[in-house]
Design a protein. Structure first.
Length: 165
């Protein structure tokens, strides 16, 4: 049953965005050469919710509005508030973040902030528990993450090497 719902969500998202992006082969992504186009984050959030707790490999174009890090992981957010249901959090592992910093001589947070990125990764919904006084409470919310497996899976869109950095 969940598979049928997931397929229905993909179909509806594909149909609704096909007319917006001229039939692009990435149904939830607008043409990459369009200077303002980004992926419909709510379609991705809905898909992640339907397949929870499983993940789905996909890609998209996102504008990074905010960044953060915790325990070496880097988080690139599509909304200013990472708790916003429309937010997709692009997650770079500590290994990828370190490799990126060595290669580019700057943090991924600074490099990608306020830029559009083309990302490939595992889309997954993650349960985030609230804590109080260092102890986990019984309250939680969900975030939608796109986990990047390699530095090759995240790239800037619409900029040249001369513009970066």
């Amino acid at each position: 049953m969940r598979l049928w719902i997931a397929l229905l969500v993909l179909f509806v998202a594909g149909c609704s965005s096909t007319s917006q992006n001229g039939g692009n082969s990435l149904p939830q992504t607008a043409k990459i050469d369009d200077k303002s186009a980004t992926t419909d984050t709510m379609a991705y959030r809905n898909l992640a919710a339907v397949i929870y707790p499983k993940s789905f490999e996909t890609g998209g174009v996102f504008r990074v509005k905010a960044t953060g890090s915790l325990e070496g992981r880097v988080f690139l957010n599509t909304e200013y508030d990472y708790r916003d249901p429309r937010n997709i959090t692009i997650v770079l592992s500590p290994e990828i973040a370190t490799e990126f910093e060595k290669k580019h001589e700057m943090s991924p947070e600074a490099y990608f902030l306020k830029k559009r990125v083309l990302v490939k990764g595992q889309l997954v919904q993650v349960k985030i528990w609230f804590s109080s006084n260092g102890k986990r409470s019984n309250k939680y919310y969900y975030q939608t993450h796109m986990r990047v497996a390699s530095m090759d899976d995240i790239n800037l869109v619409g900029t040249t090497a001369a513009n970066v950095g």
